[in-house]
Design a protein around this ligand. Structure first.
Ligand SMILES: *Cc1c(COP(=O)(O)O)cnc(C)c1O
Length: 413
């Protein structure tokens, strides 16, 4: 099987035009700021009119070296445990070295930074999956990575910090002493736990402070979704039959969209998948798809990026703690939000207990300890399979493994 030659841009096939990003304040342009700090190719990709965007050969080669195409497997053990003749297939993004799909966009983002002449990439991370992916992508491409990690996670998720350093990254707890904004936050509150908004602010300030630096974001911008479609482009080649139902979990929406958009696009163009339903699963800790409002909001807590129209709980929403840290995000990617609004994608929210129970069943039947985020998709697979007629087919995305999420399994019996 070949690594896809193209990412897929669903924006050209949406039933309504996607509302563009906007600047909230005239004087203080967010879009102009992005143009200064982001690799230029990413800005072009954000607004590309192309349906298929070529994947550079260097990126395809790195995808291959890191284990793409990832496996697309039949979940025979889970099927047997459910016992009602529904066929279940899953795409396994946990097969990548950092254990999740996030490497799919980290590699091209660092690649485009290097093409712009950058010698260093700067980013923020919460729980650490994004920081880990950026650290590896930077190591592979020979640039330096600097990661601002929310102080609370920095001291609680020490394994991830050690792994980022193993890949050669500089990792700082945010707030840090490196930036004006960080020093000010620490002066006001020396034991500041940090926040993603603050970490983004520091990463951007740090990027602007030095020469040869580019900022690369892990959040819901369109090019992140675009790069993740390598997942679904592979599925189109790997699938032995058409699904009745496609399921994925949603934090910001990148793995769900990357997995499902090539299939949804084919459906929108009338090229197959006529009877396929699509189901996005979120955490009850951050239920923007099922209880959010569709409006312009900031994608980042700090309000530094341009506003986008999306389903959101408000950028100042503070989610309750949950093991699925990657799903604690206030908004969902604009294209995904639009598809939910139009009724093309269904949405559901689950709580932590029921999700971890599904994780346990999957581990015992398939052998893979799923990431708590991915376990949300598994919960929905189990509930849906029980209701579907014999012979139905379900695809789901296993966005990551849970081998770094030891705490999440501490209460599993
Ligand atoms: C980050 C993460 C998610 C959530 O992010 P999306 O952008 O919604 O994909 C889901 N699963 C895993 C394993 C993650 O690391």
């Amino acid at each position: 099987m070949m690594i896809p030659h193209y990412w897929y841009n669903i924006n050209v096939d949406l039933p309504k035009p996607l509302p563009p990003p906007i600047d909230p304040y005239e004087a203080d342009s967010r879009i102009a700021l992005l143009m200064r700090i982001l690799p230029s190719e990413l800005i072009d990709q954000e607004f590309t009119p192309l349906r298929y965007v070529p994947i550079p050969d260097e990126v395809r080669e790195l995808y291959e070296r890191m284990g793409r195409p990832t496996p697309f497997r039949r979940a025979y053990g889970l099927e047997r445990a459910l016992g009602n003749g529904v066929r279940i297939y899953y795409k396994f993004e946990g097969a990548l070295p950092t254990g999740s799909h996030k490497l799919n966009t980290a590699i091209p983002q660092v690649y485009y930074a290097l093409k712009d002449g950058a010698r260093e990439v700067v980013t923020e991370t919460g729980a650490g999956q994004w920081g880990l992916a950026v650290s590896l992508a930077a190591a592979l491409l020979g640039v330096k990575a600097t990661v601002f990690m929310t102080r609370n996670s920095y001291f609680n998720k020490t394994q991830r910090v050690l792994f980022m350093r193993t890949y050669g990254a500089e990792v700082y707890p945010s707030p840090s002493e490196l930036t004006k904004y960080g020093r000010e936050a620490l002066r006001v509150r020396p034991d500041h736990p940090g926040s993603l908004g603050l970490a983004i602010t520091e990463a951007i300030e740090f990027t602007l402070m030095g020469e040869g630096r580019k900022y690369i974001p892990g959040s819901v911008l369109g090019f992140v979704i675009l790069h993740q479609t390598v997942i679904g482009q592979e599925v189109l080649q790997q699938m032995p039959e058409e699904p009745d139902l496609v399921i994925g979990c949603v934090g910001g929406g990148s793995n769900f969209s990357g997995f499902s958009f090539p299939m949804i696009g084919a459906k929108l163009r009338g090229e197959g998948f006529e009877k396929t339903r699509f189901l996005a699963v979120e955490s009850k800790a951050a239920p923007k798809l099922t209880s959010g409002r569709y409006m312009y909001d900031f994608p980042d807590t700090g309000g530094l990026l341009p506003m986008v129209k999306m389903l959101t709980l408000g950028h100042d929403y503070v989610p309750p703690p949950t093991h699925a840290a990657g799903l604690r995000y206030h908004g969902a990617a604009p294209a995904l939000s639009l598809l939910v609004r139009e009724g093309i994608v269904e949405a559901r929210a689950y709580g932590q207990e029921e999700v971890m129970e599904a994780a346990r069943l999957f581990a015992r039947t398939e052998g893979i300890i799923p990431a708590p985020e991915s376990a949300h998709a598994i919960r929905a697979v189990i509930d849906e399979a029980k209701r579907m007629p014999k012979g139905s087919v379900i695809f789901f995305n296993l966005s990551g493994h849970g081998l770094l999420d030891v705490d999440a399994y501490s209460n599993v019996r």
